[in-house]
Design a protein around this ligand. Structure first.
Ligand code: BDR
Ligand code: CA
Length: 350
């Protein structure tokens, strides 16, 4: 006879556990928050990378104005999901404009069309058949986190407007989020910490500095992937050629969109931003990180949107929160993983 604890597992129990913990269960239940533009733009490549990664289960995609308008973000996401045959992933329209930041001559002549209300251009192959959900991105984020306390990871790779609005909308929201992985900021305290839109400000934080400040101070556990680490990830033509050697609907899309760039600028090297945020959820050991307090300047002056990091709090940063800040990565291991996944056949639906 077996004692109760030694009894062999019964068939019914086995089926119950297999149902509860399927072999393919992803490590992270993710809300993918993005200022999407179709590949080769980095949000587009980051989504394809995530779709090829069994560690990540995307519960929904929420769009935000940033690289282009919110309308374009939504339209381009829907088309990429259609090409990937993953239209079951719901897409939600998020913020159309930052919380406070108004457009300026500088904004309209620089990179990014977050300020634009122009209708989106048709993506390659035309607009997707499926539409966005009627629920707003903020309502979706709030409801998903409320129903899954302590389980949801938010991957935020655009301006943080939607996340700040969710924090403001729902009492107790921050305490219920498992973690936030953010592509944003540039930390002068660490190597390679200059900005990319102003001398010191990174684009995502600069587009919506007030939102970035609310989110960074929210108390949610944060892993920050700033420009410092993106500058270690230089995508050369050699890697592009390896990627497009594979023939899948998604690599064909990348090639169709990328080839004209390489014809015009044969030596162009692209930094990988949002793809590193995705890699954070696949294998955290790829990164070197430092724990720092990080805060954002919301004064409308020279340093609007600049992120500042430090080992200790400093005057003006009272209330800032500590987070893990990436500053280096194992490039060889990362790029091989990236190419291996991006060149696989388009992933099947779960
Ligand atoms: C960030 O800004 C956007 O242009 C990119 O998609 C990335 O998220 C880099 O500063
Ligand atoms: Ca982005």
């Amino acid at each position: 006879m077996f004692a109760k604890s030694q009894r062999p597992i019964g068939l019914v129990t086995l089926i119950f556990f297999l149902f509860l913990y399927p072999a393919s269960a992803a490590d992270h239940k993710v809300i993918f928050d993005t200022d999407f533009v179709i590949p080769p733009q980095d949000d587009g490549l980051a989504l394809i990378f995530a779709l090829h990664s069994p560690e990540i289960e995307i519960l929904g995609i929420t769009t935000v104005a940033g690289n282009d308008s919110r309308e374009r973000a939504t339209s381009d996401v829907l088309r990429v999901l259609e090409i990937a045959n993953r239209e079951e992933i719901p897409v939600f329209n998020g913020a159309n404009m930052p919380l406070v930041h108004e457009k300026s001559d500088f904004a309209t002549t620089g990179h990014g069309k977050w300020w634009s209300d122009a209708p989106p251009p048709p993506p390659p192959g035309g607009f997707a058949k499926k539409q966005a959900e009627t629920t707003s991105a903020v309502d979706f984020i709030v409801k998903t986190v409320r129903e899954n306390p302590g389980e949801i990871t938010i991957l935020a790779i655009g301006p943080l407007t939607n996340i700040a609005m969710a924090i403001r909308q729902e009492p107790g929201f921050a305490e219920r989020v498992k973690q936030l992985v953010i592509m944003g900021g540039a930390i002068a305290r660490l190597p390679d910490g200059g900005g990319n839109v102003t001398p010191n400000a990174e684009f995502n934080f600069w587009v919506d500095p007030e939102a970035a400040k609310v989110v960074l101070r929210s108390g949610i556990p944060i892993i920050l992937s700033p420009l410092n680490v993106s500058r270690k990830a230089v995508f050369t033509k050699e890697w592009y050629e390896k990627l497009v050697q594979a023939d899948t609907p998604l690599t064909r899309l990348i090639k169709e969109r990328m080839e004209p760039y390489y014809e015009k600028y044969p030596d162009i090297n692209l930094l990988m931003y949002d793809q590193l945020a995705v890699a954070t959820l696949i294998d955290l050991t790829l990164f070197k990180m430092k724990e720092l307090y990080v805060d954002v300047d919301i004064n409308h002056g020279l340093n609007y949107g600049v992120s500042v990091g430090g080992e200790r709090l400093w005057p003006g940063a009272e209330g800032a929160q500590k987070m893990q800040v990436q500053y280096d990565l194992d490039w060889e291991r990362f790029i091989n993983l990236y190419i291996e996944r991006m060149t696989k056949p388009v992933p099947a639906r779960d």
